[in-house]
Design a binder for this molecule. Structure first.
Ligand SMILES: NC(=O)c1ccc[n+]([C@@H]2O[C@H](COP(=O)([O-])OP(=O)(O)OC[C@H]3O[C@@H](n4cnc5c(N)ncnc54)[C@H](O)[C@@H]3O)[C@@H](O)[C@H]2O)c1
Length: 312
C-alpha cells in the first residue's frame, strides 16, 4: 500500500512518514520545504519538492497512484494567517482542493487530514471540548481548517471519498521548530539549553493541551487502517496545562535556577484550550501513550543531542 504524505518533511509529517515506513507502507512525500527540512526526511521515502497548489501535482498522482493521503502540508502559523489571510487561504484551502480533486481522479481510498483542536472551536464553552462543541474559530487559520473539513464532507457525500479529520491539540516533540512563533515547548527548551531567558506571554495562565508527536503520528496510521465510519476525532490528552506550569516543569530538569520572566500578553491569544478524546479511544482504539513529563524529557533529550552535534 502506498501513502502520499503532504508536508512529510515537516515536524508532524516526518514522524508519520517514519511510522508508515516502519509498518511496511511505501511512502511518497510532497513538500515545498517552506517550513520543512530535508534533514527530517526518511531516506526510504520518495521525495517530490512541490507546492500543493501547483498544477504539476497531478503528474505525481498519475505516476505514483497513492492508495492513501496523509495531508499535513499547511500554513500553520495563526499569526501569519492574521497578517496575511489571503496567503493562508491559498495554501490551506486551494492547496487542499487541488489534492482532493486529484484524489477523485486517481481513485484514492482515503484521506487523513491534519485539522486543529486548538483553533477550530474558538474560545471554548466546555472543558474539555468534545467534537460536537460549537465551531467558532477566531483566526483565519482556524477558519481554513473548518472549511477543509466541510470540503471533505462534500467529497464524501457527493463523490464517496473516505476521510478522517484529526483535530490535533498542541503537538510537541522532537523536530519541532524552536525558532518559529508557534511551538512553545520547543522554544522554551531551546532557550533554556542556550542559557537564554524564555519569556512567558502575559500571566502564563493561558492553558493548552499538549500531545506528544509520536502519539499524533500513531493516530494517523490507525486512521488509515481503520474502517470506522466516524470521521472527525480530537487527538489530545484531555489535560489542561498552563504555560507557567509548562515553564516550571521544564526548568526543573533543565535549569532549576532560571526564574520566570513575563512579557506583554499576545493580543487575541486563546485563553483555555483542552479537548476530549473519548471518541478516538472508542473508534480508533487510540489513546495518548506518554504523560507530559515523560514527553518533555524525550523532547529535551532530542534538542540536547542535536545541540551537541551542532557544536562538534
Ligand atoms: N503543530 C501543532 O501543534 C499542530 C496543531 C494542530 C494542527 N496542526 C497541523 O498539522 C500539520 C503539520 O504541522 P507541523 O506542526 O508539522 O508544521 P510544519 O510547518 O513543521 O509542517 C508543515 C509542512 O508542510 C510543508 N508545506 C507548507 N506549505 C506547503 C505547500 N504549499 N506545499 C507543500 N508543502 C507545504 C512545509 O514545508 C512543512 O514541511 C499542519 O497542517 C498543521 O496545521 C499542527
Amino acid at each position: 500500500m502506498k501513502v502520499l504524505v503532504t508536508g512529510g518533511a515537516g515536524f508532524i509529517g516526518s514522524h508519520i512518514v517514519d511510522m508508515l515506513i516502519a509498518e511496511g507502507f511505501e511512502v511518497v512525500v510532497v513538500d515545498d520545504l517552506s517550513t520543512g527540512n530535508e534533514g527530517n526526511l526518511n531516506k526510504k521515502a520518495l521525495f517530490y519538492r512541490l507546492d500543493i497548489q501547483h498544477p504539476e501535482l497531478e503528474k505525481i498522482f498519475l505516476k505514483e497512484r497513492p492508495d492513501y493521503i496523509a495531508h499535513q502540508a499547511a500554513q500553520k502559523d495563526v499569526r501569519v494567517s492574521v497578517a496575511d489571510p489571503i496567503y493562508d487561504a491559498k495554501i490551506n484551502i486551494l492547496g487542499s482542493i487541488n489534492i482532493l480533486q486529484n484524489c477523485l481522479k486517481y481513485n484514492v481510498k482515503k484521506v487523513v487530514f491534519a485539522s486543529t483542536g486548538g483553533a477550530i472551536y474558538g474560545e471554548q464553552e466546555t472543558f474539555p471540548a468534545p467534537e460536537s462543541h460549537p465551531l467558532k474559530p477566531i483566526s483565519p487559520y482556524g477558519i481554513t481548517k473548518l472549511v477543509v473539513e466541510q470540503y471533505l464532507h462534500y467529497y464524501k457525500v457527493i463523490h464517496g471519498l473516505d476521510y478522517v479529520s484529526l483535530r490535533y491539540a498542541n503537538v510537541y516533540g522532537p523536530r519541532q521548530d524552536p525558532h518559529g512563533e508557534a511551538g512553545v515547548v520547543a522554544i522554551f527548551i531551546q532557550k533554556m539549553l542556550n542559557g537564554l531567558q524564555p519569556v512567558i506571554n502575559g500571566d502564563g495562565e493561558q492553558t493548552r493541551d499538549f500531545v506528544y508527536v509520536e502519539d499524533v503520528a500513531r493516530a494517523n496510521v490507525l486512521s488509515l487502517k481503520n474502517n470506522t465510519t466516524a470521521q472527525v476525532f480530537n487527538i489530545g490528552t484531555g489535560t489542561e496545562t498552563s504555560v507557567r506550569m509548562l515553564f516550571n516543569y521544564l526548568k526543573d530538569f533543565i535549569n532549576p535556577s532560571i526564574r520566570e520572566k513575563h512579557g506583554p500578553p499576545q493580543q487575541g491569544e486563546q485563553k483555555r484550550s483542552v479537548i476530549a478524546c473519548d471518541r478516538a479511544k472508542e473508534f480508533l482504539h487510540w489513546a495518548p501513550s506518554l504523560d507530559l513529563i515523560d514527553g518533555l524529557k524525550k523532547t529535551y533529550e532530542f534538542f540536547y543531542k542535536r545541540s551537541n552535534q551542532d557544536a562538534d
